[in-house]
Design a protein. Structure first.
Length: 324
């Protein structure tokens, strides 16, 4: 017999047999029906009303007792619910996710990553084994290593157990700043713990230019000395006119000057010195003699000026500097 249009297509309805067990049993279907009416249920060849059972997902539960028997229960599917597939845990590969599909809106504000982290090859690298971070390098040799990708411009930070150079300009070696190519840089040696500033130019050996001593806090530098030496700063200075009423023209760390009489003054310091083992350098106008009679204190000292005949003399030009 001929057909007008498309020839009908035939298929088998999904069917499955179960054995009754004398209880209001629950059976597991091979597909999930959308509702009870999408099934034809037969017990010993008798079709059951939809009130005789309930469905939930793949489970069919009878509301009454099912007689015992072998394959005496048949379930035929008239329709199958559209199944939304949910991937099992740890089954979606990177290739299955579209590029740029995961945005910041889909990320938790607190992200925890186990293992190494690499961002854009070597823009940022976290070495989880050695607990070090590299920027511009995948081989950080200290807690934080920043590299320009060439032989210069490195920034290394290290704790007290590691050497670390911080080149400000130029090329510096992490373990031996004296072998640098050129530039300026700080170096914290694990042997001394001192913070040292090195300078290198051309092919000459790196030169220690300044150093902070971690033990006593001294600061040393090379400013025409020929080598690095501790710098002893001027602790106080004053320039004053001692004729008539004392006039201070300029000073630092000097609070006042008391006129004790002709050619004799007491200089009072704003901040006391740690001890009396300091040097007071006094100069006056030409043709005078100056001195500091008596033992000075940590907060003041006396200045005595005399002329060439050793007579007391008020000088109009007096310069005093204290070194300790």
């Amino acid at each position: 017999m001929s057909y007008i249009g498309k020839e009908p297509q035939y298929t088998d309805f999904l069917s499955k047999f179960f054995s009754g067990d004398g209880t209001a049993m629950t059976v597991t279907l091979d597909a999930s029906p959308p509702n009870e009416a999408a099934l034809l249920v037969f017990i010993d060849g008798v079709r059951q009303d939809t009130s005789a059972y309930t469905v939930s997902g793949y489970s069919l539960t009878f509301t009454g007792t099912v007689p015992s028997g072998t394959n005496n229960v048949q379930v035929v599917h008239l329709g199958i619910a559209q199944d939304t597939q949910v991937p099992v845990d740890d089954s979606v590969s990177t290739a299955k996710i579209q590029d740029d599909a995961v945005t910041s809106a889909k990320l938790d504000t607190n992200i925890s990553i186990d293992g190494d982290l690499t961002v854009d090859t070597n823009t940022l690298y976290v070495d989880s084994t050695n607990n070090k971070v590299g920027i511009g390098t995948t081989s950080p040799n200290s807690k934080l290593t920043i590299s320009s990708g060439s032989s210069h411009g490195h920034f290394n930070y290290a704790n007290t157990a590691e050497d670390g150079a911080i080149p400000l300009i130029g090329s510096f070696n992490n373990s031996d700043p004296s072998a640098a190519t050129y530039g300026w840089g700080f170096f914290d040696s694990s042997s001394t713990g001192n913070l040292t500033l090195y300078r290198r130019s051309g092919s000459t050996t790196g030169t220690k230019t300044a150093e902070f001593n971690r033990t006593n806090g001294d600061f040393g530098f090379d400013s025409g000395y020929g080598s690095t030496a501790t710098a002893y700063g001027c602790r106080a200075w004053v320039f004053f006119n001692g004729t008539g009423s004392v006039t201070i023209n300029g000073s630092a760390n000097v609070s006042s000057i008391v006129d004790n009489g002709v050619g004799n003054w007491t200089v009072n310091l704003t901040n006391a010195l740690p001890d009396t083992n300091y040097c007071a350098e006094v100069t006056t106008q030409l043709g005078t003699f100056c001195g500091s009679p008596g033992r000075p204190s940590t907060s003041s000292f006396v200045v005595d000026t005399r002329n060439t005949s050793l007579g007391a003399y008020d000088s109009s030009t007096n310069n005093i500097a204290i070194f300790r």
